[in-house]
Write a protein that binds this ligand. Sequence first.
Ligand SMILES: [Zn+2]
Length: 120
Amino acid sequence: MIIYNDYEPKTIKLRAITPKGKEIFVNAFLSPSEEEIIVDNEYNSKSVKYQFSTHIRCQMCGKLCDKHQTYYKDSIHICYECNKVLNYNNYLKLPVKKLEFPLFINDKIIFEKEDLEDYI
Ligand SMILES: [Zn+2]
């Protein structure tokens, strides 16, 4: 198990010789199995962490989750339950409007309350 929050990919420096014979050095990340390298382009350290992690600790409640069962919102990783709470809280923040007809829903025009009840 590799936990995203605690995992820091190992970095290595690659030595290469260009076709013109010039020696250059390239920074790269080494996979945990040491079978893969990913060249560091200065933008991908988080994606490398994610790629090689198996689990992520929810940054709201601390629950340890399979990384594929987490959500990335507002620059943090959260679990399914915290995502539900966030969505519900966002739902509660929606403005309440008086029901007025006609309503336009998905290319359908609803003229009265009974039609809306049928639609739902
Ligand atoms: Zn959570």
